[in-house]
Design a protein around this ligand. Structure first.
Ligand SMILES: *Cc1c(COP(=O)(O)O)cnc(C)c1O
Length: 456
């Protein structure tokens, strides 16, 4: 299997090369050159455990890796989940189930991809002998999931910048109480934008980047998308004949479009899914796009579902590639116009498999309350966004992207009770061990020179 860039101006890569590269040199994102047809395999896959299913699926893509290696990597990646099913499908009523994607080490769905990516990086370092320094800025979930994907891995150091005092207490503790020496949580005296600007500067410094082989934790790595495909297949395989016949709708709380894109790809590979619901918070660029064809950036307004507070949905480019007939030249034209003007209107893109909704903070609070009233189920603020205008004649599968205990204040306000999770209780009183830097690029460069692992 070969991988191509959505912008068509980079060389084809093998799986391990595409994973090691991240963003393609032409600025595009990697995709499989052709998609396999998984429909004939579904019967054989029906009774597999989650790791077995993941292995069978990834085997179709990681064709330049030894199967034994892949097997070990997949098994290790799902060994730190607290539930045997890995992704339990919880039935709320006849037409509605919740796929719980929050039983990984940091209690958010990003663990599915970042546990696997961490193990793939480790394999790469063993193979090449070159160390990697992972660098990123976070406003919460991605940073902690990336840290927990790389904990204690040989040859990797991870530097995560976050705005001091502006991530939640629990998110900060997930990043700063690991006691692993390869983890560098750095509190910045500034905003998330300041932290992100510092990271951007570091990547722009060719010297620094080459000397320390700096690597990003962004959501665009091919391996992250493929890892996320697996739970759509897993969920579909749990359904009975009747549920499938009614038509299966996945309802996906969406920010960067990474999660829902993975689901859509499995449909392109032959999984019989009728459609997808793109559920956004008040930052509704994607809701507007799927309802009107008009894609336009507006300012981000912080919400109670902060992991969906995004401006530009970077993974949308992968969907765009298919919707313009796999024509990289058209992808480049759209992306250039979008970059220049901050907006683009699609005349003829096929959005028939999608519907979209948005929810503001007030509705999120009310919805957490009504879900609890109706089903005695506690949904986190991101998951709550999915419970809007569901078509009860269909089989709806809501993706639960975070554990409610990660957002105790919102749940407390809505339900008058505080959800807990053992892994969070365990770290609540642990001392924070972090580094502090002023919001200056120079300070980060100095810090990296002192702490990053060079390949000399
Ligand atoms: C990252 C995240 C999302 C959004 O996922 P995308 O792939 O960016 O659409 C939703 N909910 C939670 C809890 C997240 O951490």
């Amino acid at each position: 299997m070969k991988y191509i860039s959505t912008r068509g101006q980079s060389d084809e890569k093998t799986f391990t090369e595409a994973v090691a590269t991240g963003l393609a040199p032409d600025g595009g994102l990697y995709l499989p050159k052709t998609l396999p047809n998984i429909a004939p395999r579904l019967k054989q896959w029906a009774d597999l455990s989650y790791p077995d299913l993941c292995f069978e699926f990834m085997k179709l893509f990681a064709t330049d890796m030894l199967e034994d290696k892949l097997r070990t990597i997949v098994d290790a990646s799902y060994s730190n989940f607290s539930r045997k099913e890995i992704a339990p499908l919880v039935k709320l009523d006849g037409h509605l189930s919740v796929l719980e994607l929050f039983h990984g080490p940091t209690l958010a769905f990003k663990d599915f991809a970042l546990q696997l990516l961490g193990n793939l990086y480790e394999e790469q370092i063993e193979r090449t002998g070159d160390p990697i320094n992972v660098l990123g800025a976070t406003s919460g979930d991605t940073g902690s999931a990336a840290i927990h994907g790389l904990l204690g891995k040989k040859g990797v150091r991870i530097f995560i910048l976050y705005p001091q005092g502006r991530v939640s207490m629990l998110q900060e503790r997930q990043m700063t109480t690991t006691a692993e020496r390869n983890v560098y949580p750095i509190a910045i005296e500034g905003s998330f934008d300041d932290a992100q600007a510092m990271v951007k500067d570091a990547f722009g410094d060719a010297n620094l980047k080459a000397r320390y082989s700096l690597s990003a934790i962004n959501s665009i790595n091919l391996a992250r998308i493929l890892a996320q495909c697996v739970y759509y297949i897993w969920a579909w395989l749990q359904l009975d004949e009747d549920a499938r016949k009614r038509g299966v709708q996945f309802v996906v709380p969406t920010g960067n479009f990474g999660n829902v894109l993975a689901g859509w790809l499995t449909r392109e590979m032959g999984l019989p899914i009728e459609g997808f619901r793109v559920a956004t918070n008040q930052n509704d660029i994607l809701c507007r796009l799927f309802n009107t064809g008009h894609y336009e950036v507006t300012a981000v307004e912080p919400s109670v579902a902060p992991s969906m507070d995004i401006q530009v949905a970077s993974n949308f480019e992968r969907f765009l590639y298919y919707s313009v007939g796999q024509d990289p030249e058209r992808v480049r034209t759209v992306m250039e116009q979008f970059k220049a003007k901050g907006k683009y209107t699609f005349e003829d893109f096929d959005r028939s498999a999608f519907s979209a909704t948005r929810m503001d903070d007030k509705e999120i609070h009310e919805t957490i309350e009504s879900i609890y009233g109706r089903y005695k189920y506690v949904a986190d603020p991101h998951t709550a966004c999915a419970f809007k205008d569901l078509d009860e004649s269909k089989t709806n599968i809501v993706l639960a992207t975070a554990h409610p205990a990660k957002f105790p204040e919102v749940i407390e306000e809505a339900l008058g009770r505080t959800p807990t999770a053992p892994s969070l209780e365990a770290i609540k009183n642990e001392p924070i061990v972090n580094y502090m830097l002023p919001a200056e690029g120079e300070a980060l460069a100095e810090f990296l020179k002192e702490h990053a692992k060079g390949s000399e």
